[in-house]
Structure formats: C-alpha cells, structure tokens
Design a protein around this ligand. Structure first.
Ligand code: NAP
Length: 305
C-alpha cells in the first residue's frame, strides 16, 4: 500500500480515461462517479432512472466541468443490459467498469422479469452479463471493479435453490448476491490472467456507509429496513468515505489485480482503504467455476476472454 491513509486526494489523474459506473444516481456510485470526474475521467453514469441520473449529473457538473454522460440500464433486466451493451458506441473504450448498482434486504421475495430472485438479478447476474457483453469494449489495461460487502462473509451460494423459491430470507439473499459478485470478481481475474490479458478484475467494499440503501420508498415499512437504517445512521460513515475503497481499486497504481479492498477500521466498518478480509467460501475455486457456468446458462452470456 502507498502512504497511509489513502484519500480522494491521492487519486491519480484520470484524464484520457473513460469510466462506467452502474448505479451512479445515488450513494456510493454517485460518490465514485463524482470523484472520478473530479480526477478528469470521462464518466458514464449508468442509471435505472434517467431523471434521477440527470439530477446526479447536474450536481457533478456544478463541481467539475467533466465529460459526463448518462445511459440507462436496469441491471435486474437482461433485456436492458443487452440493450445497454448493444447501444454502446464502438469507439468508446472503457478503462474502468465499476459494478456498483445494488439493492439490499428486499423484505419479501421478488422476481425480476427474467424470473430471477431480485437481489441476485440486480446485484450479480446483471453485472455478470454486462461485463461479458462489454468485454470487447474494455481497453487492454482496463480494470473491472465489483462492489461487494462485509455481508459476503456470512453468505453461501445455494446452488440447489439459487432463486430462493423454497424458502426466502431477505438478508440471506442479499449475502448470497454479494458473495456471488465477489466470487465472480476473483474468478474473472484468474481467467483474464490465464488468458494473458492486461485487463484486471478487483473488488471492494465500503464498510458501512450512509446511503439510500435502506431508504427506498418502495421497500419502506419492513422491520429489517428500519433496523438497517438505524444501524447505518448510527455507525455508518459518509458515502464519500465509503467510496474510497472502490476508488482505490479503480485508480491506485498499487492496487493489485485480483485484490479486494475495504476500510481499515474496526471490523472494516469504516476508515481508509486497505486489503480486506475474504471469507473462505469466496476463495473456493470449484464453487466459483460452478457459479460461472450457472451464470452463463442463466444469462445466456459467454465471455470471450
Ligand atoms: N451502503 C453500504 O453500507 C453498503 C455496504 C456494503 C455494500 N454496499 C453496496 O454498495 C452498492 C451501492 O449501494 P449504496 O449503499 O450506494 O445504495 P443506494 O444509495 O441505494 O444506491 C444504489 C444505486 O443502485 C441503483 N440501482 C438499484 N437497482 C438498480 C437496477 N436494477 N438497475 C440499475 N441501477 C440500480 C440505484 O438507482 P435508483 O436510485 O434508481 O434505485 C442507486 O443509484 C450496492 O451494490 C450495495 O450492495 C453498500
């Protein structure tokens, strides 16, 4: 690691780079996009709600006269992910792809239009498909950064019931989705390396950050949402600080491919970027290979590495 602590002031110039951030309309994605724009990157805000995205873009433009653009994506919809990739301008090489969009603790089981459990669809499967489809647009030294969570540590992949059709637990489904995304990030880097590619895959988590994640109007009312809000407002760190490990993974020259970064404080809940603890189940290569194969089947997206 470089000198300590690493802050947004340490982000090297991103002039000449293009970054795509999913879920950039709020929270960590917004802060990540804002900091990347501040460092001179051309940033594409990949958002579900264009009006909300336009407000986010306007807020960033007020601070930085950066080259910002807005494109619509619903990571919970394979059709939307495919449209995003199909409409991607061929001449726009991507240097940083930040897989950040996410939802948490959806109180009752919901399905995406593809028939997937909604948290798995939004947080993981959509990002798996997006990365595979955008692979040809990634520049030779691109970084793909997956935003996982402390919650991955108590997650497990339920291969026998990935979509929680038999029994549903809001937190368990969230943990599985974040574990899946981290396993994907690590497996992607192994595969890229094996293929001799200069593209790197890294992962990060924000600790506990005060964002909109437990403030969704459409999900209000459930006990878990209230408890989540209370805990995060008590001990959560500001979203801009929670974004630091993501920014470190995306920009720090010393961040290692295949690395996972999070805050350096107690329980990795808050603080400044450092290598983060990876739970043993996330390091299970056989399970990662199996998850990859299942994800290809479910999404219909095959990676050309
Ligand atoms: N906050 C934390 O402490 C924490 C901890 C660990 C991990 N994380 C992870 O950090 C990431 C960002 O979360 P956050 O805390 O910043 O929450 P947030 O403030 O709720 O932001 C989430 C973003 O994702 C977008 N999004 C949600 N569903 C989407 C979909 N189907 N398609 C496209 N975009 C979608 C949201 O757009 P809309 O506003 O339009 O819904 C919003 O821009 C998530 O992956 C989350 O799991 C957060």
């Amino acid at each position: 690691m470089a000198r300590h602590p690493w802050t947004a002031a340490d982000i090297p110039s991103q002039a000449g780079r293009r970054a795509v951030v999913t879920g950039a309309s709020a929270g960590l994605g917004f802060e990540t996009a804002r900091a990347l724009a501040g460092a001179g990157a051309a940033v594409v805000l990949a958002v579900r709600d264009l009006e909300k995205g336009e407000r986010a873009a306007a807020a960033i433009r007020r601070e930085h006269p950066a080259a910002l653009s807005l494109r619509r994506i619903d990571t919970a919809s394979l059709a939307s992910v495919r449209a995003f990739a199909a409409e991607w301008p061929a001449e726009w090489a991507i240097d940083r792809l930040v897989l950040n969009a996410g939802i948490a603790a959806v109180p009752r089981r919901e399905e995406s239009m593809d028939g997937f459990e909604r948290q798995l669809a939004t947080n993981y499967l959509g990002h798996f498909a997006l990365t595979g489809l955008l692979r040809p647009a990634l520049s030779p030294s691109a970084r793909v950064v997956s935003v996982s969570s402390l919650a991955h540590r108590s997650g497990r992949i339920r291969f026998d019931d990935l979509h929680w059709r038999e029994v549903y637990g809001a937190q368990r489904a969230y943990r599985q989705s974040k574990l899946a995304l981290l396993m994907f990030a690590l497996e992607l880097d192994r595969r890229l390396k094996a293929a001799g590619s200069g593209i790197a895959s890294l992962a990060a988590h924000p600790g506990l950050a005060r964002t909109e994640v437990f403030r969704r109007g459409d999900r209000a009312g459930a006990f878990q949402q209230g408890a989540g809000r209370a805990i995060f407002s008590l001990i959560g760190q500001p979203a801009a600080q929670g974004a630091l490990p993501i920014l470190y993974a995306a920009t720090a020259p010393e961040a290692e491919r295949g690395g996972y970064y999070g805050p350096d404080g107690v329980w990795e809940a808050r603080g400044y970027p450092k290598p983060a603890a990876i739970a043993s189940q996330a390091l299970d290569r056989a399970a990662a290979g199996r998850l990859w194969a299942v994800s290809e089947t479910l999404t219909g997206v095959r990676f050309a590495l």
